[in-house]
Ligand binder design. Structure first.
Ligand SMILES: [Zn+2]
Length: 102
């Protein structure tokens, strides 16, 4: 696994409006370990599954496209679900049972 962090064009998450300027990629293929048009990504603040457009700005996919991406990229789908789960428990002031043994 090859992990790389860097900057992406400044943008806001279309779901939660958080400022997004950094990016971390993880892929077995270094050439695919950076933002590219059509690449899926996840907002670190709300867990929204997004897609980089041709200007490398993260956009909200259509529901059909999101369903296809979740099937095609199970790790991205899992990351999205984990961020949303963590956010849910944090907002509710509850301990996240998925993190009790970590
Ligand atoms: Zn967001």
């Amino acid at each position: 696994m090859y992990v790389r962090s860097g900057r992406a064009p400044d943008a806001k998450c279309p779901d939660c409006q958080a400022e997004l300027s950094g990016v971390t990629g993880a892929s077995p293929n270094p050439a695919r370990n950076q933002p590219y048009t059509g690449a899926p990504t996840v907002c670190a603040y709300c867990g929204a599954l997004l897609v980089f457009d041709s200007h490398l700005i993260p956009r909200k996919p259509t529901p059909e496209m999101e369903a296809r991406l979740r099937e095609q990229y199970p790790l991205i789908a899992r990351l999205s679900a984990d961020v949303r789960s963590s956010l849910f428990y944090r907002r509710a002031g509850l301990k996240n049972p998925a993190k009790e043994n970590v």
